[in-house]
Each structure stands twice: as structure tokens, then as C-alpha cells.
Design a protein. Structure first.
Length: 271
């Protein structure tokens, strides 16, 4: 089981909402045979239901399950996960994309010997530009890990860690991080309006600037610090702004406080 096109058995997607649907779109675009996919979703959206015409099984009985991808909301996990134990056979791997649900929680529901990958994707997965942090339990084989990597790579880059304790900080940085960037665009727009720009123009400038800078960071081989330095002339306008943002009470300590708060909350949710 080394990729999306050559594994044997059925892929069961449990939950086909925004994240589950985005992952499915990525898999099908990469050539996954729709006939290998079974979806468990009590209220499938029309675009999900329409996949039946391509061979995807929806809320049907399944056997020979190779992988279970659990993409339900964490709030319903306690009701959903135990019911999946009947699908687990020797060789089945379960891949969770649920926030706050630990490997121990998943093993309680699926069985102590179940092969499990806990992962944290983020919302840019919807456009194939996500970043996912994943951790396997001790029962995951090399082949199962390769299959999980192929599945998670369908919506963006994947970073593997061996310590589940790193998942909370990863959630705080990449899982929650898109919201921080959206807030930056909001704040930049408000600051532009306060400086005298019409609000609509300030919003367009801020949106395009954040999006363009992100794309430049994505495409460039240079690190963020070098890109920042390259756009900063000594004594210029950018330097004047950065003197404020990089002050002792500026952006760094604020983000450290924010990421620490998100990390702590992730630990609380995980129990």
C-alpha cells in the first residue's frame, strides 16, 4: 500500500463535510478510483451525493476496509468512533483529522491494537494548499504510513512527527494559523482606513497584499526573514513601520502569547 492508485481494499471516509469533502476532491483529482471509496455521511451535500454516479458508495455496507479516514466534528466523535470498530480488520489503518482527539481516545474506540494516524490539517486544504502534521501510533507499518502520507498529501504538504505531544503546538501554529493571517488582513485594512484611505480600497489593498506576500513566500527559496529584509530600505517607510512591529512589546510577544493560549486550549480539549 504505497499510494492512492495501488492499495487493495476500500477507503471509508467518515464525514464528508468541508474538510472531508476537500480531501475527497484531492484524492479523486490525483487519480483515486471512485469505486474504492465509501462515504459514511448522514446528510450528504448534493455534490457528495452526485459522486454516486461515478461509483462512490454512499452509506452502503462495506467490507475489506484498507483505510478509514475520520473527518467528523470532534463533538460527535464519542458517538461515531466506537461504531467504526466493526470495520477494522488486520491491515486496516485509521487516519483521524479531528482536532483534540488523541490516539488513546481513538484506540479506546477502535481497539488497542488498531493502526492509527492522528493528523491536524488546516483550512487551505480546501484549495490544495494545506499543511498537515501527522503522528502514527506504534502499530502503523511502513506501508500504512506511506498510504496515510499519500492521502494527506492530497490536500497539501505533510509533516510527520513521532511525539504526539507536538500536536498541540502544531495545532496552535498551522491549524489555527490561517485565522491569524485573516486577522492580519482585517487589521491592516482598518489601519489603512484610519490613515485616510476609503474603507473599500483599504480592504482591497490589504487583501491583495497579504495574499501576494503569502504566494511570494510560497514560491521563493528565501526564508521569511530574508524576504522581509529585502523589502526594507534603511530609514524608509517600511523600516519605520517595522520599528513598531518589532519593538519589545510588538508582534513577537503578542504571537507567542496567542500561540501559547491556543496550545493550552488544545491540551484542554484533548483531556
Amino acid at each position: 500500500m504505497s499510494g492512492l492508485k495501488d492499495f487493495t481494499g476500500t477507503l471509508v471516509l467518515v464525514g464528508a463535510g468541508k474538510m472531508g469533502g476537500a480531501m475527497l476532491d484531492g484524492w479523486l483529482a490525483l487519480g483515486l478510483d471512485p469505486a474504492k471509496v465509501a462515504i459514511k455521511e448522514p446528510a450528504p451535500a448534493p455534490e457528495i451525493a452526485a459522486l454516486a454516479a461515478r461509483g462512490v458508495r454512499i452509506n452502503a455496507a462495506v467490507a475489506d476496509v484498507a483505510v478509514i479516514v475520520i473527518a467528523v466534528k470532534p463533538q460527535v466523535a464519542a458517538d461515531v468512533v466506537p461504531g467504526l470498530k466493526a470495520l477494522v480488520r488486520p491491515g486496516t489503518i485509521a487516519v483521524s483529522v479531528m482536532a483534540g482527539k488523541t490516539i488513546a481516545f481513538l484506540q479506546d474506540g477502535l481497539g488497542a491494537s488498531a493502526a492509527i494516524v492522528r493528523s491536524i490539517p488546516n483550512t487551505p486544504a480546501a484549495i490544495g494548499r494545506g499543511i498537515t502534521v501527522a503522528v502514527p501510533n506504534a502499530h502503523v507499518t511502513q506501508g500504512q504510513r506511506a498510504l496515510a502520507d499519500a492521502l494527506l498529501s492530497g490536500v497539501g504538504a505533510v509533516e510527520w512527527v513521532d511525539d504526539e505531544g507536538l500536536i498541540d503546538a502544531s495545532t496552535a501554529v498551522s491549524g489555527s494559523g490561517p485565522a491569524y493571517v485573516f486577522l492580519l488582513a482585517e487589521s491592516l485594512a482598518r489601519a489603512g482606513a484610519a490613515a485616510g484611505l476609503p474603507e473599500a480600497l483599504a480592504a482591497r489593498l490589504a487583501r491583495a497584499t497579504v495574499a501576494g506576500a503569502g504566494e511570494l513566500l510560497h514560491r521563493s527559496s528565501l526564508d521569511a526573514a530574508t524576504l522581509r529584509q529585502n523589502v526594507t530600505s534603511p530609514g524608509g517607510t517600511t523600516a519605520a513601520a517595522l520599528d513598531v512591529l518589532m519593538a519589545a512589546d510588538g508582534l513577537d510577544p503578542l504571537l507567542r502569547k496567542a500561540v501559547a493560549a491556543a496550545t493550552n486550549r488544545s491540551r484542554e480539549l484533548a483531556g
